[in-house]
Design a protein around this ligand. Sequence first.
Ligand code: ACO
Length: 367
Amino acid sequence: MTDAINTGLEGVIVGQTELSNVEGDVGRLTYRGESIDTLVERDFPAVIIWLMAGHWISPDECRELDKWLADESELSAVEHQVLAQLPRDTHPMAVLQALTPIAHLEPMRTPPTWLEQTWVPGLVLAARINAAVRIWHNLATHGAPFDVPDGLGFLEKLLYGLNREAPGQGALKAINTTQILQLDHSFNAGTFAGRVIASTGASLSASIAGSLGALSGPLHGGADEAAVMMARDIGDASRADTWVRDALANKVKIMGMGHREYKRLDPRAAILKPMAKHFCEGTQWQPLMETLMAVEDTCQAVFSEKGKEIHANLEFYKGAVYLALGVQERYFTSLFACSRVFGWISHFHEFNRAPRLIRPRALYSGR
Ligand code: ACO
């Protein structure tokens, strides 16, 4: 009898989680039972604690956490030296993967007293990752670090540091939304990779470094950068139809389209598309947004001609929002990591409440 092989683990249930639920058939995503449609109205730090610990913090606690995370969003002198040694063309995801295992996890400032001690190292690591993106962007793009003013909120500091100017209210609302939408997504490749590493008894940093590697791939988080590069390659909405038909005829994947779990529109894309349209309208990014919309239309038309369905995923329109916020495409996936790291940490702790080594079998096909 031949053993059944499921290389992509499609449909295989390998564990339980109470953190997030992807209901692919109806196109719904919830974190601990709350729909992302309502979660995006909340503040990012409050949603982090909701995901991690399962309770809502008060507005005062939220402000305190926001300030503490912003303050912790700095690197030690050693970490600065490591970044300074790296070739300037190193991809931000490689920078994060290199820095994470050696990241300094002692808080620089006293954490909020109400914060459970268990969460502190993870939150510090997440803040360091946010800091590394901001600091690397300045080193790689401008050749020097940039001092952001004191007293900013966590996401405000990130955006201020990337653009070297104060973000407006609209930009702050947009980054709050994108980062909430990317916090967690059940057993996606990056999260599962982190759980596999956690199952060996490895450290939190080791687990997060592995998740970062998985996220960087173009079939996963790296699709955000790849979708915008594709739109740039196409150049103009009027060329999208021919380009997409050609690509599909040659079995080329359209980045940002399709999803393993969602058989309907990815609910994150449903929120991001109108945001992207709004932010790009009348800006230099409008033609790129129009190209993306034309790609989506043709892709759906070609699939429907074959009696199939395909929809945009999280990655398709997110890049247009990020571009309108002043973020270069090279930094998209690292900004994704800045949010998803909180989900990975939650999974690390959830997994370690009932750990067991993950060790599947292979069917030997050698001599
Ligand atoms: N472009 C072209 N064809 C596609 C696409 C796409 N984006 N997505 C699926 N298909 C086709 C496949 O070619 C395949 O066709 P076939 O049956 O004729 O061979 C069929 O649809 C099934 O596709 P698979 O790749 O087997 O489906 P799977 O569930 O493994 O793929 C995936 C999901 C990897 C996301 C796929 O849709 C894809 O490669 N998309 C592009 C990359 C991307 O956007 N990734 C980001 C996902 S969201 C995230 O990770 C945060």
